[in-house]
Design a protein around this ligand. Sequence first.
Ligand code: FES
Length: 198
Amino acid sequence: MADESINKGRRRFLTASTAVIGGAGLAITAIPFVETWLPSARAEAAGAPVTVAIGKIEPGQMVRYGWQSQPVFVVNRTPEQLQWLPKQDPLLRDPQSKESEQPKYCQNATRSIKPEWMVLIGICTHLGCVPDYKGEVKPEPFDPNWKGGFYCPCHHSRYDVAARVYQGVPAPLNMVVPPYHFVDDTHIQIGVDPKGAA
Ligand code: FES
């Protein structure tokens, strides 16, 4: 569950990890986590789709889920983060995501179904580390012109907030976008395409 006690007075750019509970919802306490994790873990290991609640993810925040034994990041992107996306194109290795992996319905400027919601497999395309979410638009030690995105601490690969990789880093491709669809405004199901999508 997100630690909501930090970053007071500023937009929250937090990372949280959670379990999938009975197909939907955020873990709230340790006991429900244990009781509900086992069946979900089995389902996940079998490759079953998982449904997660996203209604409590604040603008700028990322929450981490699990699907097929992989970390899935869900980011509620802010208008500020989104406005920087097209301006990153000249700096990126594959700005149109032509070489990278995502469903057809996410091969667009935001790599998503809804612009504000970014869903991705949180695995660096270099050697498979899990990158850190660095959502805030502010100078970072690894990039004084940072516009928000993901930073891999293993070998310093950088991705924008659409998980598109920058030039001049070891990672060769954008991070993967999994199949997913919106069950309703506050839930997504990871692992299943939207109705009618190939
Ligand atoms: S594994 Fe991410 S930069 Fe090497």
